[in-house]
Design a protein around this ligand. Structure first.
Ligand code: NIG
Length: 382
């Protein structure tokens, strides 16, 4: 069945030819966009929805979350707000709770958060393993994630489990663990940071994953400068995520590479780190994505609108750059061409704002502006 969405006051397509249109319309046919253009020349459809002058944009593409988890870290958050620094060690708390949880509890928690994200306009979401850290627990996390999320990443190399020897654990990740998850994930990631995995260990994990045909992503430069960005670029990773502390050489490397710099402003705020240097990256010519990093420790939010508002208000991104980074940028970080864009043939992932323009996302920060959402042509909100 074809649906004509008309009365669009401002249509952000992210398509270089279509650009941003006023007085526009869209036709969705099944799970795909069939037509986009001026309302005056829109074709007929079976159903008509008039959005009465509101802004329409592609659904958010949240390319970085950690939502296969159980438990709660409110106490750690409170301690941080009282002045304790964020360290990777808190991950172990969630690992304990996740191992204790049943499959049903993990799946229900994941669905609850993905639903929460969808009601705020997120229509394509990546999530990771990484709170299991045994072969069996990582394999079940990958399986559960695959039942719910659009994209699944193996993050067995999130933390060396307490009590384990780092080199032996990396052997396990590169061997038995990778074998157990390879069939259910598209991506592999490593937390390349002091307190997690060093450069040599990270390179071992990434090369083993690439050898099994997985695409690469890296958590890098979150808590200080380090080798994460360089390694990601050298190994052709699709994305290096966090990028909070960057040397000039890191910025230059990203500007010259296909690797997307995925910035996670909600995490920087929640861990009281400086905000990632978006302007330096953009001015140098790097490709920037914005993602929520939704997880129970360092960034417990699914709000991409919050990330966009922060990027504009505090990181000096323009509204156009921030909206692009949270839609097309996320798609690029996931190497997808069917999402983050509204053009004929794209997935019908449509976000209607209760506002006349995307500028209101930063102009009215914190206000729930999502009016309606279609995901793959199915109305999931509004
Ligand atoms: O992206 N950096 C490592 N992993 C997560 C944190 C997860 C946690 O604290 O539970 C992150 O911030």
């Amino acid at each position: 069945m074809a649906v004509l969405i008309t009365g669009i006051g401002e249509l952000t397509t992210n398509d270089p030819e279509l650009g941003r249109l006023t007085e526009a319309a869209l036709v969705l046919d099944g799970s795909r966009v069939a037509w986009a253009g001026p309302a005056a020349s829109a074709p007929d459809a079976d159903e008509r929805v008039d959005v009465e002058g509101r802004a329409v944009l592609p659904g958010w593409v949240d390319s970085h979350t950690h939502l296969v988890f159980a438990g709660d870290r409110t106490a750690e958050f409170e301690a941080r707000m009282a002045g304790k620094p964020y360290t990777a060690g808190g991950i172990a708390t969630t690992v304990g709770a996740t191992r204790e949880a049943s499959d049903e509890q993990l799946a229900a928690n994941l669905r609850r958060h993905v639903g929460e994200a969808a009601r705020q306009g997120t229509t394509c979401l990546e999530t990771k393993t990484g709170y299991g850290l045994t072969v069996a627990d990582e394999a079940r996390s990958a399986r559960i994630a695959g039942e719910v999320a659009d994209e699944v990443t193996f993050l067995g190399a999130h933390l060396v489990p307490p009590g384990a020897d780092a080199e032996s654990y990396v052997d396990l990740v590169c061997g038995e663990m990778l074998d157990a998850v390879a069939g259910s994930v598209r991506w592999a990631d490593v937390f390349c940071e002091t307190g997690a995995f060093d450069e040599a260990q990270s390179a071992r994990v990434l090369k083993a994953a690439a050898g099994r045909g997985l695409g690469l992503r890296v958590h890098g430069n979150q808590l200080g400068e380090g080798p994460g960005v360089r390694l990601a670029v050298e190994l052709g990773a699709a994305s290096v995520d966090h990028c909070t502390y960057l040397s000039d050489a890191d910025v230059e490397a990203l500007a010259a590479a296909e690797t997307v710099a995925t910035l996670l402003p909600a995490c920087d705020l929640s861990t009281r780190q400086p905000l990632a240097p978006a302007r330096r990256l953009l001015d140098a010519g790097a490709t920037v994505a914005l993602a929520s990093n939704a997880n129970p420790g360092s960034s417990y939010t699914t709000s991409m609108a919050f990330c966009v508002a922060t990027a504009v208000l505090q990181m000096r991104m323009t509204i156009e750059e921030a909206v692009w980074a949270a839609t097309a940028g996320g798609a690029k970080a996931l190497r997808r061409t069917d999402v983050g864009v509204l053009r004929p043939g794209a997935r019908a992932d449509v976000h209607v704002l209760d506002a006349p323009s995307v500028t209101h996302l930063a102009y009215r920060p914190g206000v729930p502006l999502t009016r309606a959402v279609w995901r793959a042509g199915v109305r999931v909100a509004g």
